[in-house]
Design a protein around this ligand. Sequence first.
Ligand code: B16
Ligand code: MG
Length: 207
Amino acid sequence: MKGYIFDLDGVLVDTAKYHYIAWKTIAKEFNFELTPQHNEQLKGIGREVSLHQILQWAGKTLSETDFTDTALRKNKLYLEQISSIDSSELLPGVLNFLQLLKAHHKKIALGSASRNARLVLERTGILLLFDAIVDGTMVSKAKPDPEVFLKAAEGLGLPPADCCVFEDAPAGVQAAKSAGMKVIGVGNPEVLKAADTVIPNFLNMKI
Ligand code: B16
Ligand code: MG
């Protein structure tokens, strides 16, 4: 493989838990208890799609203004959670693996649904390791649509078949597959059945 494309939340950094805490707080406002099982379905999908899903589970509807306001408040809660994160938030083995790829002159890209991706990369000190960054501000279709990963490959100047994707969410695995890329799941093999292979983390990775 020439190109390595990484999802952000739940793959490079342990921020998935902060999205969960923020959504749980919002869901409570609708008297809805958001469980880890529900949250699994929100991973990797965009902010507005997530809010639509929570409202559907809660059996609630919001006016357009309240919807926008609620999505903004969720983001504020998330930003509060990540206000003091640093490199300790990187998941096990991430930094070593990124440096190993660099040492082997491999291309590295980010393919994330998050509009806060750059901020998180900056705060955790890995921003400069990326040759291309595609985040939620640059795509019009959320995962499982392949747009984010196709744009990342384009940013690296590589055909999709030369790229592999690391993903922690079923929607992201599906997006990578639809993009025609090899996909390595990071996390629970039960949840990531559609991936080509699943690793628990980046410790002891070789290329
Ligand atoms: P934001 P990823 C995704 O990032 C998260 O998994 C998902 O929980 C979140 O709702 C989405 O980004 C949008 O994030 O509200 O920060 O724009 O996993 O694709 O890196
Ligand atoms: Mg993710």
